[in-house]
Write a protein that binds this ligand. Structure first.
Ligand code: ZN
Ligand code: ZN
Length: 344
């Protein structure tokens, strides 16, 4: 089958590799769309994320949807030809965290498309049947990969409890920030402002219903606006940019007793942060890791019912042969890109 292997930083090669050999309980999915995620871009740019370094050619891709090519005789599998969304996290199922219903923190998770587990920038992939979810016709192929990110937003709000009527802010308007904002609005929160350096993204966030989008450099305007709309600062600030400045800003802008919820991933390891302001406010810091299996059906329901509008976020689609263009568009945030997709 055709696959796009990352062979060196910023270098993909389209190669013919053996198709996947399904293990017991796995089905084969023909990949229709695979999304480019920020974490993929770190590997593409630097060949590493934190301590995980790429040495051999690697097949990335963890946000994807497709059709069942071969149900492999697995009982309970969707029929061959069924459209499916896929949860990329394969948990061990037996550790104390999996047994306690928190498999997203399973130390033995096999995460599809994260070294050493091959991903979906290829024609086919095999995946355990419990990781595939039938995708209703209301959700287009292009929107399938966004369900993975939407599941993260759903999980995040689950951690935050009832957000109805709360004053919130979202830092960063990439796919995670946009979906966090939309999900907050769906659940009745007031998203008082969003920060984002890319102008196109600020405009799109406003079109999608954010009350106000600022460039993060407009600190005086942001603080004025925050004071006017929230008095003491947002109850919850969601950091989705993964940038040191926005982690720091979240700690400083949150209201006394409020919560800073960190979803963004800082790829370079240790980050210097000044906790003085947050400590004086006895702020809560909630870190978020991926999502839980039950968030996936909820994400599918929200998207299928149109409660969360995914199509405006699925902005670009490239054939597999142009995966390098998909990555550079996503990396440089050009051409109004929110989510760049690849069609194997
Ligand atoms: Zn991702
Ligand atoms: Zn486990």
């Amino acid at each position: 089958m055709k696959a796009a292997l990352l062979t060196a930083p910023q270098t993909f090669q389209i190669e013919s590799i053996p198709p996947p050999q399904p293990k017991e309980g796995e089905v084969i999915v023909r990949v229709k769309r695979a999304g480019v995620c920020g974490s993929d871009i770190h590997f593409y740019e630097a060949g590493r994320i934190g301590e995980t370094v790429l040495t051999d050619p690697f097949l990335m891709g963890h946000e994807f949807s497709g059709v069942i090519e071969d149900a492999c005789g697995v009982s309970g599998a969707p029929q061959e030809g069924a459209r499916v969304a896929v949860d990329p996290a394969v948990h061990c199922g037996v550790c104390p965290f999996c047994l306690a219903g928190r498999p997203n923190i399973c130390p033995d998770v096999k995460f599809t498309g994260f070294p050493p587990y091959s991903g979906a920038f290829a024609e086919y992939i095999s995946i355990p049947v419990q990781n595939v979810y039938p995708m209703p016709d209301e959700i287009s192929d292009d929107c399938g990969p966004l369900l993975e990110t939407l599941a993260v937003a759903v999980h995040t709000l689950e951690l935050m409890g009832d957000v109805q009527g709360k004053n919130c802010a979202v830092l960063g308007a990439g796919p995670v920030g946009m979906l966090t904002m939309l999900t907050l609005r769906h659940y009745g929160a007031n998203v008082r402002f969003l920060t984002e350096p890319v102008k196109d993204r600020r405009e799109k966030a406003m079109q999608l219903g954010c009350e106000f989008a600022f460039d993060p450099a407009q600190t005086d305007e942001i603080e004025d606006h925050s004071k006017r709309t929230t008095n003491y600062g947002p109850d919850i600030i969601f950091e989705t940019a993964g940038e040191p400045e926005s982690y720091q800003a979240a700690l400083e802008w949150v209201r006394p007793g409020g919560t800073v919820c960190i979803i963004g991933i800082y790829p370079q390891g240790a980050m210097p942060l000044d906790f003085t302001a947050a400590r004086r406010k006895e702020a809560v810091i909630q870190l978020v890791r991926r999502s839980l299996p039950h968030n996936y059906p909820e994400a599918i329901r929200l998207a299928a019912e149109g409660a969360i509008d995914l199509p405006p976020l699925a902005t670009h689609n490239f054939p597999l042969e142009r995966i390098g263009d998909a990555f550079s568009t996503a990396h440089h945030k050009t051409d109004g890109v929110i989510k760049a997709l690849v069609s194997p």
